[in-house]
Design a protein around this ligand. Structure first.
Ligand code: HEC
Ligand code: HEC
Length: 397
C-alpha cells in the first residue's frame, strides 16, 4: 500500500467518525458541507440542452436563473418519476402526470398517498414551458397560484392531499441515496451531498418539464407539412372553432379560438389567461364554490376565473375542467352551446355570443372531430420521457 492510499483510508475512517457523531444525522443527512465526500472529484461539465425545433412552436422563454442542460434534464427525469418524494414512497409526479395521457391521470380529481382524493383535476404537461410569461404573476395551476415552474414543483411534495411529505425529509433521502448525489454534482456542480437542496431538485424537474414539447398531430401535418388534409367534417369543425378571430366574416362562430387560442399563442392552443367559462351559477362574487384565481389574488372579480388551458391532446385528457366534471367532449360542447351558467363575470365571449347557442348536433360533432385532430401520439414511446424505473437497470448511463 503506497502512502497516498493509506492517507486516503485514514481520511475515510476519520469521516466515518464524524458521520457517526453528527447529531443532525436524522434531519439533514450525515455530512456537513465542510467535509469532502468525494463528490467534487466527479466531472462537472454541463452541456446546454438543444431544444429541437418543433412544428409551429415558438422559441420558449426560460428564466435566466435556470438554464436547461442535458445533465439537469436527466436528473429532473429521475426526480419526476421518483417515488421517494412521497411520504410512503408510493407515488411520483408521474403517477398523476402520465405520458400516455398527455401527462394527466384520467380521473376527475387526483389521488394522492393513502388514496386521498384531491380537490382538482390533473393538468397536462405537454408544452408546459410555454405557459410561462416573465411579467405575469399567475402562470401555473388552474387558479394561477404560481408564477414560476420552480415554485410550482415544490408544492406537490408537501401537499397533504398529494405526496404528503416534507422537503427536509426528501433532501435527507436524496443526500443518502446511492445515485442522486453524483447526478446533482453533474447537473449543478455541488461539492458535497449536503448541498443537495429542494431548490436544486425543483430546478432539475422544471428543466425536464420544459423538454416535454410536442406538436405532431393531424392538425400539425395539415398546417405545417401540407401533405395531409382535414376530412370535410374536421374542416367544418376547424372553421367553427376559429370563428371570426382572424377577422373573417362567418355565419357561425363557436368562439373557442378566442380563449384557446389565436390571439396570443396559436401553436399551443392555450391563451393561458384566466376567465370564467360559465361552469357555475353565481348571484354574487361570493357564491363560487371554488374561487379559482380569486382565491389567489383576493380580488372578488377574479372569483370563478380559471386558466384557459391547452386543447392540444384534449382527446387524451378526459375528464375535463378544473374539477373533472365532464366525462366526454360531447358534454363539454353541450355546456358551451348552452351558453353557460349565469354569473356576474361570465366571459363576454360566451355571454354575448350570437351564434354559439344555435349550433346543431352535427356542428357539435364537427367541432369534436376537429378537436380530435389535436391528438399527438408521437411521444407515447419517447424514451427520454418514459419512467426510467421501469427499465431493467434504471441507473445505467
Ligand atoms: C396526486 C396527484 C399529483 C401529483 C403527485 C402531482 N401532481 Fe401536478 N398536478 C396535479 C393536479 C390536481 C394539478 C392541478 C392543481 C390545481 O390547479 O390546484 C396539478 C398541476 C400541475 C402543474 C401545473 C400545470 C399548468 O398547466 O399550470 C404542474 C407543472 C405540475 N402539476 C407538475 C407536477 C410535478 C413536477 C409533480 C411532482 C413533484 C407533480 N405535479 C405531482 C396532480 C398531481
Ligand atoms: C371565455 C373563454 C373561453 C371560451 C370562449 C372557450 N373556453 Fe374552453 N375553457 C376556458 C376556461 C377558462 C377553461 C377552464 C375552466 C375550468 O376548468 O374552470 C376551459 C376549459 C375547456 C376544456 C377542458 C380542458 C381540460 O383540460 O379539462 C375544453 C375541452 C374546452 N374548454 C373546450 C372549448 C371549446 C370547444 C370551446 C368553443 C366551443 C371553448 N372551450 C370556448 C375558456 C374558454
Amino acid at each position: 500500500m503506497n502512502r497516498p492510499t493509506r492517507f486516503t483510508l485514514f481520511l475515510f475512517a476519520a469521516v466515518g467518525v464524524i458521520i457517526a457523531c453528527d447529531p443532525k444525522d436524522d434531519i439533514l443527512g450525515p455530512l456537513s458541507p465542510t467535509v469532502s465526500d468525494g463528490l467534487d472529484s466527479i466531472e462537472y461539465n454541463p452541456q446546454a440542452y438543444q431544444f429541437p425545433p418543433i412544428n409551429g412552436l415558438p422559441t420558449m422563454q426560460i428564466p435566466a436563473s435556470n438554464p436547461v442542460t442535458v445533465q439537469g434534464v436527466k436528473l429532473g427525469r429521475y426526480l419526476f418519476y421518483e417515488k421517494i418524494l412521497s411520504i410512503d414512497s408510493s407515488i411520483s409526479c408521474g403517477s398523476c402526470h402520465r405520458q400516455d395521457k398527455a401527462f394527466t391521470d384520467g380521473v376527475p380529481k387526483s389521488i394522492g398517498v393513502d388514496g386521498t382524493i384531491g380537490t382538482r383535476n390533473s393538468m397536462s404537461l405537454i408544452n408546459i414551458g410555454y405557459s410561462w410569461r416573465p411579467n405575469n404573476a399567475h402562470n401555473f395551476m388552474w387558479d394561477g397560484k404560481f408564477r414560476d415552474l420552480e415554485d410550482q414543483v415544490l408544492a406537490p411534495v408537501e401537499n397533504p392531499l398529494e405526496m404528503k411529505n416534507n422537503w427536509e425529509e426528501v433532501e435527507r433521502r436524496l443526500r443518502n441515496h446511492e445515485h442522486y448525489p453524483a447526478l446533482f454534482r453533474k447537473a449543478f456542480g455541488i461539492n458535497s451531498k449536503a448541498e443537495i437542496t429542494k431548490e436544486l431538485a425543483a430546478k432539475a424537474m422544471s428543466q425536464f418539464m420544459r423538454t416535454l414539447n410536442s406538436a405532431d398531430s393531424k392538425y400539425d401535418s395539415v398546417e405545417w407539412r401540407a401533405f395531409n388534409y382535414f376530412s370535410e367534417e374536421q374542416q367544418r369543425g376547424y372553421e367553427l372553432f376559429l370563428g371570426d378571430v382572424n377577422g373573417a366574416a362567418v355565419t357561425k362562430d363557436a368562439e373557442c379560438a378566442h380563449c384557446h387560442s389565436f390571439s396570443r399563442n396559436f401553436a399551443t392552443f392555450a391563451r393561458n389567461n384566466y376567465s370564467n367559462n360559465g361552469l357555475d351559477s353565481a348571484q354574487s362574487f361570493n357564491d363560487f364554490i371554488d374561487k379559482g384565481l380569486g382565491g389567489v389574488t383576493a380580488v372578488p372579480t377574479d372569483n370563478g376565473r380559471f386558466k384557459e388551458v391547452t386543447l392540444r391532446n384534449i382527446g387524451l385528457t378526459a375528464p375535463y375542467m378544473h374539477d373533472g366534471r365532464f366525462t366526454t367532449l360531447d358534454e363539454v360542447l353541450d355546456h358551451y352551446i348552452s351558453g353557460g351558467h349565469p354569473s356576474p363575470n361570465i366571459a363576454n365571449e360566451l355571454a354575448s355570443a350570437p351564434t354559439l347557442r344555435t349550433l346543431s348536433a352535427s356542428e357539435k360533432s364537427d367541432i369534436i372531430a376537429f378537436l380530435n385532430t389535436l391528438t399527438d401520439t408521437s411521444y407515447f414511446t419517447k424514451e427520454e420521457w418514459t419512467d426510467p424505473f421501469l427499465l431493467l437497470d434504471p441507473w445505467a448511463e
